[in-house]
Ligand binder design. Structure first.
Ligand SMILES: [Zn+2]
Length: 435
């Protein structure tokens, strides 16, 4: 089977390549990238015209909650990967806070099996650091590594015990796995529900100080410096935390970081009116933090953009602010919000695509992130100018918890190809849908 993606602007950060070119796909792999259109197309080849589109390595989201097993009413591997391909993602890494927790090979295998059955985006399970995410005893890391996890993380729960973090870094390093850290000192946070500051005072809500994140980042960088291993900071949100990572990278520490679109798009002001759709952990911060996160992405201190896709049922958000669940869905809005930030800041598009694809693939040591000849044919075709509005009925995710409903967005994945197969095409009706 042979497929041509013709005439698009091919952007491949992994090879520092950007030019109008044709991509030839044979048997699920990239067979050639040719800048001239003199290429010989056979009559039975499939040709996808891509004039005016960006053709990039499939986007990789390294921080997603797929909720299966255990919370299928919020999301399943099938619905989550449908949202992924609709958002331009050819691969997602699935966090371990399922029920049961992904802390052993049986759960890892179940997630991989569900992903195979769905047949949409690639799914890379992330194993728990500790059994049951309880922060006490290390999970079966070697066993999960053999079953296919690409990282370990207790995400959702910070690792309060520094000695456990140290052992996690040491043990994960034996398997070449990064430890993904949710950085939050719960004692400092004191059960807060939004950023501590002007808005928490105005709204009379308990605040989480920025120090809760920064103290943990500082602790983990100190442990990393003495222990070795690889540390990846999830959803970084404060200017101080960005500066800590910047300084650590300058010293040559093996640390990487990610930022979410909501943390570089919204401020704590979004909580006004007790809007539970703006309740997240870490919370939305101040304008100065938003600016620092953007600068961190632009100067490479922050390596990638990740959605932290966190689906919740309507009832878990339609309640008083204190009791509402943390987090929002993000797979279908990440690309457009990142493009918006890039337009506002002049972020180089090749480096932006690197943050959405090449860098997360490299951090997780998974295939993808490049259009090199021989690589799996995972591609995303992007119309960077397409204006659209996020309507709830079009959301592929099983949950609709996002503050971006009704927003006018610009830029969208119009086709997502995984292993040479078209898994998403904008405008195509879903199976079973009628007019
Ligand atoms: Zn987290």
């Amino acid at each position: 089977m042979s497929l041509w993606v013709r005439g698009g602007l091919v952007i491949d950060p992994a090879r520092d390549f950007e030019a109008i070119a044709d991509v030839h796909i044979v048997d699920g792999r990239i067979a050639a990238i040719s800048e001239s259109s003199s290429t010989s197309i056979q009559s039975d080849d499939t040709v996808i015209p891509a004039e005016g589109l960006w053709v990039v390595p499939g986007l990789v989201d390294m921080h997603v909650h797929l909720r299966e097993p255990g919370f299928e009413y919020k999301e399943t591997v099938a619905s989550g990967t449908a949202a992924a391909v609709a958002g331009g993602f050819t691969a997602v890494a699935a966090m371990a806070n399922t029920m049961p927790v992904n802390d052993c090979a049986a759960v890892t295998e179940l997630i991989l099996e569900r992903a195979r059955m769905a047949g949409l985006a690639r799914v890379y399970p992330i194993g728990a650091v500790s059994k049951g995410l309880e922060g006490k005893e290390l999970a079966e890391i070697g066993e999960m590594h053999r079953a296919g996890v690409v990282a370990i993380s207790d995400d959702g729960q910070p690792i309060q015990d520094g000695a456990l973090m140290r052992r996690a870094l040491e043990y994960a390093a034996m398997f070449g796995l990064p430890v993904i850290a949710h950085e939050e000192d719960r004692q400092l946070g004191q059960g807060g529900v939004m950023n501590e500051g002007e808005w928490s005072f105005r709204l009379g809500l308990r605040g989480i100080p920025k120090a809760a994140e920064e103290a943990m980042v500082a602790r983990d960088l100190a442990i990393l410096e003495r222990t070795g291993g690889r540390l990846h900071i999830a959803h970084i949100s404060t200017a101080g935390a960005v500066e800590l990572v910047r300084a650590a990278k300058r010293r040559g520490l093996p640390v990487t970081a990610e930022a979410t679109p909501h943390h570089f798009t919204l401020t704590e002001a979004a909580v006004a009116g007790y809007n539970t759709q703006a309740k997240m952990n870490p919370p939305l911060r101040t304008e100065a933090d938003v600016r620092a996160v953007r600068e961190g992405l632009l100067d490479g201190t922050i390596d990638c953009v990740a959605s932290d896709h966190a689906p919740h049922h309507e009832d878990e958000k339609r309640c008083e602010f204190d009791r509402a669940a943390n987090g929002i869905i993000g797979l279908e809005t990440t690309l457009a919000l990142t493009l918006a930030m890039a337009r506002e800041t002049g972020w180089n598009r090749k480096r932006m695509i690197a943050a959405l694809s090449t860098n997360p693939a490299r951090i997780l040591s998974v295939p993808g992130g490049t259009l090199a000849v021989g690589a799996p044919a995972d591609l995303t075709l992007i119309d960077p100018n397409l204006k659209w509005v996020l309507h709830p009925e079009e959301v592929r995710s099983r949950s609709k918890n996002t503050p971006f409903l009704g927003w006018e967005l610009q830029g969208r994945a119009v086709m997502t190809i995984v292993g040479g197969e078209i898994k998403w095409r904008l405008g195509e009706r879903r199976q079973g849908e009628t007019e």
